[in-house]
Design a protein around this ligand. Structure first.
Ligand code: SAM
Ligand code: SF4
Length: 332
């Protein structure tokens, strides 16, 4: 019988995000505007064997979904091996997904599928060349669009597309993204800008609320809710009222926090457990694993860390301080 991971508020933890690297080949201004911080020595990073070992333990504790992220996870050369090892944890593991900026997909989407990846989420912040370049720091919109096509051809369905909507940058493209979802039959996910940028330049003024995003889409393409009671899902999901293909999801952690139903924990590339995106403390699973702890001791450690999961994030409190490690370290 699977033991279930539960926190002190009774929330079941079923979803693990694993960051494979802090490195990235993009410079998204809302994430890594000033380039990569000094890269930690390789020996501090979890090896693929360690990732496989701890994920096996997490799955035995009831984790059903694993999402690989980063940094840019495809910068890790052994990503196909990692996927192959984690895919062997199915069927107890229900869902193995990857979030990527899409740059490496044109050549490698098929290989990811063959290694056992179920689903993919690709970030795409603009459909305009100049805005894409300004937001990501690289002029590769066409290549990312080609990556999306390759992922479709490789049947990494359902394909999700993430766009972080930032005032004055891409808020005029919200309805165009909805048109893109209809045309390409993808699940578009609109994300509110969160204070997780390494430049610490986030300002509430730059946040486009989930409500505003909904209105912009609904005016052009009327929407019908899909998940009224959405449980632990991060996004409020909608379909198009006219029956067109594609789906809309709006993720509004700033203006409509969903912490009460959170089922997620995170593992950083250097093996630290984070119980919330906004945690100010981390717990070194790597040190425990490397201390030759037994499997039972590792389980005990994980259970005790999960009990410390925060009730909620504090973005909207007057004395909120962003975490010192930012999105590219934590794993989005
Ligand atoms: N490099 C991959 C990518 O960009 O898809 C995976 C890692 S990235 C940190 C994961 C997701 O976090 C991306 O969709 C990205 O747009 C989102 N993200 C990064 N910084 C963010 C911020 N400050 N607010 C909201 N979302 C953010
Ligand atoms: Fe890199 Fe992803 Fe952060 Fe952009 S959002 S800088 S692609 S890690």
């Amino acid at each position: 019988m699977t033991q279930l991971l539960k926190d002190s508020y009774g929330r079941a933890i079923r979803d693990l995000r694993v960051s494979l690297t802090d490195r990235c080949n993009f410079r998204c201004f809302y994430c890594l505007p000033h380039g990569e911080p000094p890269i930690a020595p390789k020996e501090q990073m979890l090896s693929y064997e360690e990732i496989e070992y701890v994920c096996d333990i997490f799955v035995s504790l009831g984790i059903e979904k694993i999402r690989l992220t980063g940094g840019e996870p495809m910068m890790r050369r052994d990503i196909e091996t990692i996927i192959e090892k984690l895919a062997a944890l199915k069927p107890s593991l229900h869902d193995l997904a990857l979030t990527t900026n899409g740059y490496f997909l044109p050549d490698r989407a098929q290989g990811l599928k063959e290694a056992g990846l179920d689903r993919i989420t690709i970030s795409l912040d603009s459909l305009k060349q100049d805005v894409f370049r300004r937001m990501t720091g690289v002029n590769v919109l066409d290549r990312v669009l080609e990556g999306i096509s390759s992922a479709k051809r490789a049947r990494l369905d359902p394909i999700k597309i993430n766009a972080v909507i930032v005032r004055g940058h891409n808020d005029d493209e919200v309805a165009d993204f909805a048109a893109f979802a209809r045309e390409h039959d993808v699940k578009m996910r609109f994300i509110e800008f969160m204070p997780l940028d390494s430049g610490h330049e986030w300002s509430r003024r730059d946040v486009v609320s989930g409500r505003e995003i909904f209105q912009k889409i609904n005016e052009r393409f009327p929407l019908i809710p899909l998940n009224g009671a959405r449980g632990s899902e991060t996004s409020a999901r909608y379909r198009f009222a006219d029956g067109a293909s594609g789906e809309i999801g709006i993720i509004a952690p700033v203006t409509e926090p969903f912490c009460g139903a959170c089922s997620r924990i995170r593992l950083t590339a250097d093996g630290q457990i984070r119980t919330c995106l906004f945690s100010t403390i981390e717990h070194s699973l790597r040190d425990v694993v490397r201390s030759r702890a037994t499997r039972a001791e590792i389980i005990e450690f994980i259970e005790s860390v999960v009990m410390k999961k925060e009730a909620r994030h504090y973005i909207n409190d007057p004395d909120f301080r962003p975490p010192s490690r930012t999105m590219s370290f934590i794993g989005g």
